[in-house]
Design a binder for this molecule. Structure first.
Ligand SMILES: Cc1cc2nc3c(=O)[nH]c(=O)nc-3n(C[C@H](O)[C@H](O)[C@H](O)COP(=O)(O)OP(=O)(O)OC[C@H]3O[C@@H](n4cnc5c(N)ncnc54)[C@H](O)[C@@H]3O)c2cc1C
Length: 415
């Protein structure tokens, strides 16, 4: 008997983990990625959770020391660079490219197809077909939409579910360790917070170029959340030097030089010098922060054959560093449900939908609460309530610290 076939749309971390897990339960899974070029050059640091490490091990990817940089302290620095709070922690900071490379290399080459942008899904009683932009088609028993926050699959099945702008952007920067100034070298030992009024800036070491985790060859990653009015400032940030407006997300090379010079100057004026110096030597870019919730993540009739996964299903703000962990837990839940229910796709997808909509909703709520005080900066002070009110360093760090336990609790509550 031939194996059931899954068409996985989206070749980022969520799609790759799903393909591995489906193959591990006896499915034939093929990944279709819109980009024509390999995604390895996507550079971003990535916080990890134990669930992610466990799921990577389940698909045969050893999470050894080469996977990430260990940090054992969380610090909060004031504007002058003095330590105002210090706590012990155990964290492994990895990199998007590091995980991608391991997952991609472990998948047979014929199961990963670049240059396949899905435009439409077609269903029949006995199967599902993916129709791609170049006119080619692929047929399978199940289609997994792992195609990110602007998912084509979700747009077809749940067009009302739209990302909602959170009122702030994340400025991101990465610098090779060898280019980091002497004043900032100690930053490589810790996870560091700086808290300018109504903002949040964090920095941590990650694997460097060629995914190297050896001292001297790592990189430093900065994520700086700043309230940004969508009608004025964000429009300006997303307008290129030729005056062309790029919606809410401009490609990084098109950000105007004066915007870059301005944000570097603001870093020097508001953030601890150890972190500001790294930021000033990097090539920063920004990403707007969104919330996304779906009321349902499994679809299709008469037999459900379509499932959303990862950012295509729910997007939690990055404060809890759990986006990839959520994508991995979605994929594991889907594989476990398919294994438990055998040929009964309807029962498997109903279970998946029940487990992971609850989990996704919980994560969105948790991360929204963590970022509420940043969103609230765009409101008059007298209208701010609850988590929107200014937070002192201690409560903020305590909330951040406990968010890992909260993610674990939400994952456990699904069972
Ligand atoms: C500032 C910031 C910091 C973050 N920090 C962390 C962190 O520390 N830890 C963490 O776990 N997460 C973090 N995240 C979240 C994390 O990046 C996402 O949750 C994760 O990348 C989602 O993976 P995904 O595979 O679901 O979607 P994506 O990574 O968005 O991938 C979707 C893929 O689908 C492809 N695609 C799209 N449309 C189509 C189509 N029509 N046909 C075929 N292919 C298509 C895209 O090209 C892309 O490769 C952060 C996010 C931000 C914005």
């Amino acid at each position: 008997m031939s194996k059931p076939r899954a068409l996985v749309i989206g070749g980022s971390l969520g799609g790759l983990i799903a393909a591995h897990l489906l193959r591990s339960i006896g499915w034939d899974a093929v990944v279709y990625e819109r980009n024509a070029k390999d995604l390895i050059s996507r550079g971003a640091g990535l916080g990890t959770h134990q669930h992610l490490i466990d799921i990577l091990r389940r698909v045969g990817i050893a999470f050894d020391d080469s996977m990430g940089v260990h940090v054992s302290k969380v610090l909060c620095l004031d504007r002058a660079g003095r330590v105002v709070l210090e706590k012990e922690t155990v964290r492994v900071m990895s990199g998007w490219a590091r995980l991608y490379r391991s997952l991609r290399e472990a998948l047979p080459a014929e199961c990963y197809r670049l240059g396949h942008g899905l435009v439409r899904v077609e269903e029949a009683a006995d199967g599902v077909t993916a129709v791609f932009a170049d006119g080619t088609r692929a047929r399978g028993d199940l289609l997994v939409g792992a195609d990110g926050i602007r998912s084509t699959v979700r747009a077809q099945y749940l067009p009302e579910a739209q990302p909602v702008y959170a009122g702030y952007v994340a400025w991101r920067a990465m610098l090779d360790e060898r280019d980091v100034p002497a004043v900032s070298k100690d930053a490589f030992e810790c996870y560091t917070f700086c808290l300018p009024e109504g903002e949040q800036c964090l920095g941590y070491p990650v694997p460097g170029r060629d995914n190297d985790t050896a001292a001297g060859r790592r990189a430093y990653n900065i994520v700086w959340y700043r309230p940004t009015d969508p009608a004025t400032t964000l429009v300006d940030l997303c307008t290129d030097a030729a005056g062309r407006q790029h919606g809410m997300a401009i490609p990084p090379p098109l950000i105007r030089p004066e915007i870059i010079a301005g944000i570097k100057a603001t870093a020097r004026a508001t953030v601890a010098p150890q972190i500001a110096e790294i930021f000033a030597r990097s090539e920063p870019f920004f990403q707007p922060i969104f919330d996304l919730e779906s009321r349902q993540i499994a679809f299709g009739a008469p037999v459900p054959r379509v499932a959303l996964l990862g950012d295509a299903a729910f997007v939690a703000r990055p404060h809890i560093g759990a986006g990839v962990t959520k994508a991995a837990l979605d994929a594991a839940s889907l594989a476990d449900a398919l294994l438990a229910h055998g040929d009964d796709l309807a029962a498997a997808l109903a279970r998946y939908d029940r487990e992971q909509t609850r989990f996704g909703r919980g994560l969105v709520e948790l991360s929204r609460e963590e970022g509420a005080y940043i969103s609230a900066q765009l409101k008059p002070a007298h209208e701010r309530r609850g988590a929107e009110l200014p937070r002192d360093i201690h409560s903020l760090m305590a909330a951040h610290h406990s968010s890992r336990d909260q993610v674990r609790r939400l994952a456990a509550e699904r069972e």
